[in-house]
Design a protein around this ligand. Sequence first.
Ligand SMILES: [Zn+2]
Length: 234
Amino acid sequence: MLVTMELHQEGHRTGRSGWLRAAVLGADDGLVSTAALVVGLVASGAARIAIVTAAVAALVAGSLAMSIGEYVSVSTQADTEKADRLREAAELEGDPDQELLELQHIYESRGLSSELAATVAEVLHRNGALEAHLRDELGHAEETRARPLQAALVSAMSFAVGATLPLIVVVVAPTSVRIPFVAISTVLAMCLLGAVGAQLGGAPPLRGALRVGIGGTLALLVTYGVGLVLGASV
Ligand SMILES: [Zn+2]
């Protein structure tokens, strides 16, 4: 009983961590790309109104691009799952005996004795043969099912949330310290996201934080340099 409950909870964690990780990645993208843009613009000496306009445009454009990209990629995955389902249903319709045998072999290969595998396969075939095949032959699961709309919404919203931080900081920070304020808040937020992302994936949080933090710092340094060069020469 205890074991069953633990397995059940484990399954739920897998389902949730899928879109949670997507959300962390989206926030990461929004944060880094907008902060890098803002730092480059500040370094170039652009006016505050230009910086804020560009940052808002980057937030909106990035959110849209992320959601469209995510929708297309997850839709492809959903199409594949649907095609699998149709093919499996047709096979069951066309040759149920062969399919029953197939299911039995799958359970045998997982360590069940021949008789037990045959019994399990028969019972499952009577109560929802298609679901049994999708689950045990193709590895489909409710927790990992492709949900294009959900994926699109999650990535658009998380990108926008990530992009909001540098936008707010550049608006409220005094002019002379805008770059360090944006840079420090961005790197701290990135380390936090990196740690959370690593935690969700079961990796050491500190390593995740450092990896993302260093990557983000490099991105900021590069656009800072670009801003300086363009600001001096254009
Ligand atoms: Zn099958």
